[in-house]
Ligand binder design. Structure first.
Ligand SMILES: [Zn+2]
Length: 463
């Protein structure tokens, strides 16, 4: 069955042009002005609309166990919410348990996604323990399409690995072509600051942020990049939040080092003041790394514009306020850290980036779709509008007004970090591999139709 999207403005990372898009089955067949396909089974009129590659969110945590609870969106509710917001692929994280093989974690996460995901999904592997078989496991993961790994410099005794392990893992990717992502915060120092705060009776949510200062982030970014340089491998810094950390990335890139970095809407649009909200509501904004003082977000926007930052992901990791965030009522260290965002990324970045004149429309497509596709080994199957690419498309209404609210969102969580935000620009029709899965606010997809994305090594970070 073929589908013709007519009269729209096709927007890619490279160009903006009036063109029709012909889809044959799951793939794009042709892109040019004036396609006349009398036999098209379905014609979608996109007059006044932008036709863009579907969003790719390369940092999500669906159905993720954390400190005795689990993130509140699973692969069904999370991917459905993503689809409503114009996102057609995600890369989530499988977590290796210490002492266990990575293969076990991959099987566990495949099971979580299977039968539930309504859009395509890839998986990064979080490495917590190299043990005696870790490096070999990494090679095995690459063969399964897990072309990227994440290591933590924070959370000692839980997720953190030492510099030697990071260096070994980076060196392994120099051979197998995978990409290492780093959660860059100096966890050992942060733990001391946290213990001091608790000893002084400082238990409120805001101390979560105050015990994880920007310098702890910047120091770890610097160290991560230095380790990558010594290993001869590229490195990707997840969720950069501060000017200091950004400066480390920029300095490395200026020297020609293949360092890449992302930020998230919350770090671009919110600040530490949210954590001071009364009635424990600050807990809704307990994220790691934390929200920063107001002077940081404008620097991150500049970083996105100037390509010091390459990607906007969400770090979607929702916990309900009523019965999950509340676990930390008397101790900020017990607040499950993370927030919801998978549904609103494109709306927020379009409105506050493109409408506000901070980034171009093409740059918007690049940072929300094309760059993550390239960097994480999905390009040009994903993140592009060209013959042969998957027909993952969002037909975007640049004029549509929308108010973000927990009352109307599709994420399975009882609050929004962006409650009451009014934006202009929203997904009207969303296609995943040629199938309309969202149209005019209605979900037409099906749980389980999403495919596991086998990603290839030596992606964009290596070129
Ligand atoms: Zn994360």
């Amino acid at each position: 069955m073929n589908t013709l999207i007519r009269n729209g403005t096709v927007v890619t990372a490279r160009e903006t042009r009036a063109a029709d898009v012909l889809i044959e089955g799951e793939r794009i067949q042709e892109v040019r002005a004036g396609i006349w396909e009398a036999g098209a089974a379905r014609v979608i009129d996109a007059t006044g609309m932008c036709v863009m590659p579907g969003g790719i969110d390369c940092h999500t945590h669906l159905d993720m166990p954390l400190g005795g609870t689990t993130s509140s969106d699973d692969f069904e509710t999370g991917t459905k919410a993503a689809a409503f917001g114009g996102t057609t692929a995600i890369v989530d994280f499988a977590i290796q348990a210490r002492g266990a093989r990575m293969r076990d974690a991959l099987d566990t996460w495949w099971k979580k996604a299977e039968g539930r995901a309504s859009i395509d999904y890839g998986l990064h592997m979080i490495v917590t323990d190299l043990g005696s078989s870790g490096l070999e496991d990494m090679d095995g993961m690459v063969l399964e399409g897990v072309a990227s790994f994440k290591l933590f410099m924070a959370y000692p005794n839980r997720l953190m690995v030492d510099d030697g392990a990071i260096f070994k893992a980076l060196s392994q990717t120099a051979r197998n072509g995978a990409l290492i992502s780093m959660h860059a915060e100096n966890g050992s120092v942060i733990d001391v600051m946290v213990a001091r705060a608790l000893a002084e009776g400082k238990t409120a949510p805001v101390y979560h942020a105050l015990t994880r200062p920007p310098r702890a982030e910047a120091e770890a970014v610097h160290r991560a990049i230095a380790l990558a340089e010594m290993a001869g491998a590229p490195v990707y810094i997840v969720h950069v939040t501060s000017e200091e950390a950004l400066r480390e990335v920029r300095e490395a890139r200026d020297r020609g080092v293949p360092a890449f970095a992302e930020t998230c809407p919350q770090y671009l649009l919110l600040s530490i003041e949210e954590l001071e909200r009364p009635n424990f509501e600050g807990a809704k904004f307990v994220l790691t790394p934390p929200l920063r003082p107001k002077e940081h977000p404008p620097k991150l926007w500049e970083g996105l514009r100037d390509d010091h930052l390459q990607v906007v992901s969400t770090d979607h990791c929702p916990f309900r306020f009523a019965d999950q965030k509340i676990l930390g009522k008397d101790d900020f260290t017990k607040i499950p850290s993370g927030g919801p965002g998978i549904e609103n990324r494109l709306q927020l970045i379009y409105h506050h980036g493109v409408n506000a004149g901070k980034i171009s429309l093409n740059r918007f497509v690049e940072i929300t779709s094309t760059a993550p596709a390239r960097i994480f080994g999905m390009y040009p199957k994903k993140g592009e509008i060209a013959a042969g690419s998957d027909a993952d498309l969002v037909i975007w209404d640049p004029q549509a007004p929308y108010t973000i609210s927990a009352k109307t969102h599709h994420m399975r969580v009882d609050y929004s970090m962006f409650e009451g935000f009014e934006v202009r620009g929203n997904a009207r029709t969303v296609l995943s591999r040629g199938e309309v899965i969202v149209d005019g606010g209605k979900f037409l997809g099906k749980a389980g139709r999403g495919n596991y994305l086998k990603r290839t090594a030596r992606g964009g970070a290596w070129k």
